[in-house]
Design a protein around this ligand. Structure first.
Ligand SMILES: NC(=O)c1ccc[n+]([C@@H]2O[C@H](COP(=O)([O-])OP(=O)(O)OC[C@H]3O[C@@H](n4cnc5c(N)ncnc54)[C@H](OP(=O)(O)O)[C@@H]3O)[C@@H](O)[C@H]2O)c1
Length: 233
């Protein structure tokens, strides 16, 4: 059951919402967790929740919309006592509903910065070490959002995440660094809103599946967390 015993995972955006659930789910499988939020104080609640899981924890902070923030996350991870085995790229922002032709360019740029470019920076920082060590699991959060041009910067950034994940999987083929992307479903979180179909807890256990894959398992694939929601968390 504690298949990830001794491993270390960075879960970006694990201060609340889906990332917090993923951090808890991984920790229950024995995985040590690097919690991340924009500010350190945002991550403290998750650190408290993890206290019952008998794993080691480390806290990093940084705004993924800024270069110093991304640097702080990378440096914070490199300062922790282990090597990174699992990179769970979960943090993202959505948009205020806006007519498609009226989105300011700044909104497009900021959305892509947080949702895609920061993810690429983290993969650039940590995937080569995983390849050298012959073990890694990278999971990128995507979305099933469709036919909502009023949220186009968000949905287009997620389409780019899918393509990037497949390219990265190809780059790391045969290195036992498995790269997959996860659609969590529409969940009640700050981002998903109160009208979402599912409670945030239903992201488990499905979100763990791409982290628990056996060596040289599937890579470059889409996983849907809601396909597994009836199984034990
Ligand atoms: N909820 C849904 O229905 C749904 C559906 C499809 C996909 N997703 C995806 O699932 C992932 C998690 O979503 P969620 O619903 O859990 O969102 P959420 O409740 O809004 O939580 C967002 C998380 O990301 C962090 N974050 C936000 N902006 C950041 C920034 N600029 N720099 C660093 N960290 C930042 C937040 O940290 P702070 O606490 O420090 O702000 C928080 O931990 C996202 O990739 C989202 O696109 C969600």
């Amino acid at each position: 059951m504690r298949k990830l015993e001794g491993r270390w995972a960075l879960v970006t955006g694990s201060s609340r919402g889906i990332g917090q659930q993923i951090a808890l789910g991984l920790a229950r499988r024995g995985c040590n967790i690097i919690v991340h939020g924009r500010e350190a104080r945002n991550g403290r609640k998750t650190i408290e929740l993890l206290a019952g899981c008998e794993v080691q924890t480390h806290l990093v902070a940084g705004d993924l919309a800024t270069e110093p923030g991304i640097r702080a996350v990378i440096d914070g991870v490199n300062a922790h006592p282990g090597t990174l085995d699992i990179l769970y790229n979960n943090a993202a922002i959505s948009n205020r509903s806006t007519p498609l032709f009226e989105f300011p360019m700044e909104v497009w740029l900021q959305t892509f910065q947080v949702n895609l470019f920061a993810m690429i920076r983290l993969c650039n920082a940590f995937a080569p070490g995983m390849r050298e060590r012959g073990y890694g699991r990278i999971i990128n959060l995507t979305s099933g959002i469709a036919d909502q041009p009023n949220l186009a910067p968000y949905s287009v950034s997620k389409a780019a995440v899918d393509k990037y994940s497949r390219d990265l999987a190809c780059e790391l083929k045969d290195a036992n660094v498995l790269v997959n992307y996860l659609d969590p479903g529409w969940l009640k979180t700050d981002l998903g809103g109160p009208n979402a179909w599912e409670d945030v807890e239903t992201v488990l256990p499905g979100a763990l599946v791409p982290a628990l894959l056996d060596d040289n398992g599937p890579t470059g694939r889409l996983y849907s967390a809601q396909d597994y929601k009836m199984l034990e968390r």
